[in-house]
Design a protein around this ligand. Structure first.
Ligand SMILES: Nc1nc2c(ncn2[C@@H]2O[C@H](COP(=O)(O)OP(=O)(O)OP(=O)(O)O)[C@@H](O)[C@H]2O)c(=O)[nH]1
Ligand SMILES: [Mg+2]
Length: 335
C-alpha cells in the first residue's frame, strides 16, 4: 500500500480547507491517508475525519451493482455526464472484493470512463487493495465522507460481487441500484434473489438495437418479480427502468428517480433514520474488528489462544466455550 508522505499529511492537517474547498489533490491525499494501515496514520486519519464530520451528509449516496459486463462502467460514464450537466459534482468509489484483478476493476476504468475521469466535477477512486472485504468497506465508507466534505453531491459506490459486497455497500448508502442485462430475468429465481431484494431501483442496461426488445421483456419480468416482494419501506416501491448508455435513452429518468428517492426519504424522515442506524451499526462493526485485532495481538493471551486453537481443532473443546475463555481471561482485572 502506498503510504502518504509526511509532508502531504501535514498539508492536509494544517489546512483542511483545501479539502473542504473541493481540491481534488487534497481529497486524493486524504483518502490515501485513511487507507493507510499504519497506527500513527490511523490516529491522524481519525482526527481528520472528526474534523470534517460537520461538513458531511449533504450528498445522495448511491450503491450500484451488477454482474461483470452488465455495463456498470459505461453507465456511470454516461450518467456522470448527465449529473454534471445538471451542475452537480459526482464521485465514484468502489468496493471490489477482488480489486487485485485487473480487467473489470475500477482501476482499469479510467479508460472506460474517459470523459468522467477528465472532468473536474468528477472524482474516481479505485477500491483500496490488499484488504479483506471488511477493511475495504470501512475505508470506502470513510472515503465517502471525505468526498462529501469536499463538496461532491452525488456519490456512487460501485461493486461487483456475489452477494457479500453488495450487502456491505447497501449498509453505507441511501439507495441501492441493481443493473441487469437484457435477458437476465432468471436472476429472480436463482442466487441473485438476495441482491434483488436489496434494490431500490433495477435498471435493465443496453436497451438499444437488437437488445431493445429483449430488454422490454426483462423489464416486465423484473417488474412482475418485484411486485411479489415486500417493499423495504413505506415511502418507496422499487421500480424497474431501462436505459442505454450508448444512445442515452433512460439515463435522465434514472437521475429523476434518484432525486425523487432522496426527496421522499428525507420528507418521511427515513433517510435520516437509516443513516443514524447505519452509523451505529458501523460503530459496532468497528468494535468487532478492533477487538479481534487487539485480542489476537495481546501478548498475555498468546499461549492460551494457541492452546485453545489446537484443542478446538482437535475437537476437544467446543469453539464457543473456547471463545468465552479467551474473553474472560482478557477482561479479568481490566474493568
Ligand atoms: N449495446 C450496448 N452495449 C453496452 C452498453 N453499455 C455497455 N455496453 C457494452 O457492454 C460491455 C461491458 O460494459 P462495461 O461498462 O465495461 O461493463 P461493466 O459492468 O463495467 O463490467 P466489469 O467492470 O467487467 O464488471 C462493453 O463491451 C460495452 O461496450 C449499452 O448501453 N449498449
Ligand atoms: Mg466496469
Amino acid at each position: 500500500m502506498v503510504s502518504p508522505e509526511k509532508n502531504e499529511i501535514k498539508e492536509i492537517l494544517d489546512d483542511p480547507s483545501l479539502l473542504l474547498n473541493g481540491d481534488r489533490r487534497a481529497l486524493a491525499q486524504a483518502i490515501t491517508l485513511i487507507e493507510s494501515s499504519r497506527d500513527d496514520h490511523r490516529d491522524v486519519a481519525e482526527g481528520l475525519l472528526n474534523k470534517i464530520m460537520p461538513n458531511t451528509g449533504e450528498s445522495i449516496r448511491v450503491g450500484i451493482s451488477g454482474p461483470p459486463g452488465v455495463g456498470k462502467s459505461t453507465f456511470i460514464e454516461a450518467f456522470g455526464q448527465v449529473v454534471i450537466g445538471h451542475g452537480k459534482k459526482i464521485s465514484v468509489l468502489a468496493v471490489d472484493p477482488s480489486s487485485s484483478r485487473s480487467g473489470g476493476s475500477i482501476l482499469g476504468d479510467r479508460t472506460r470512463m474517459p470523459e468522467l475521469s477528465r472532468s473536474k466535477d468528477a472524482f474516481i477512486r479505485p477500491s483500496p487493495s490488499g484488504m479483506a472485504l471488511g477493511g475495504v468497506a470501512r475505508r470506502t465508507r470513510e472515503a465517502m465522507l471525505l468526498c462529501e466534505a469536499a463538496g461532491f453531491e452525488v456519490i456512487f459506490i460501485e461493486t461487483v460481487g456475489v452477494g457479500q459486497s453488495e450487502h456491505a455497500v447497501s449498509d453505507m448508502v441511501d439507495m441501492f441500484i441493481l443493473l441487469t442485462q437484457p435477458g437476465g430475468g432468471d436472476d429472480l429465481q436463482g442466487i441473485k434473489r438476495g441482491v434483488v431484494e436489496l434494490a431500490d431501483l433495477v435498471v435493465v442496461t443496453k436497451s438499444d438495437g437488437e437488445l431493445e426488445k429483449v430488454s422490454l421483456q426483462t423489464q416486465a419480468d423484473y417488474a412482475a418479480g418485484l411486485s411479489l416482494l415486500r417493499d423495504k419501506s413505506t415511502f418507496w416501491s422499487p421500480k424497474v427502468l431501462r436505459c442505454s448508455a450508448q444512445s442515452g435513452v433512460g439515463i435522465e429518468m434514472i437521475w429523476e428517480e434518484i432525486k425523487s428517492f432522496k426527496e421522499k426519504s428525507h420528507k418521511t424522515g427515513d433517510l435520516e433514520a437509516k443513516r443514524r442506524h447505519q452509523s451505529v451499526a458501523w460503530m459496532w462493526r468497528e468494535v468487532q474488528s478492533m477487538s479481534i485485532l487487539r485480542l489476537k495481538n495481546e501478548a498475555k493471551l498468546a499461549r492460551l489462544s494457541e492452546e485453545l486453537e489446537q484443542a478446538v481443532g482437535q475437537g476437544l473443546i467446543e469453539p464457543g466455550t473456547a471463545a468465552r475463555k479467551i474473553l474472560n481471561t482478557f477482561f479479568q482485572g481490566q474493568l
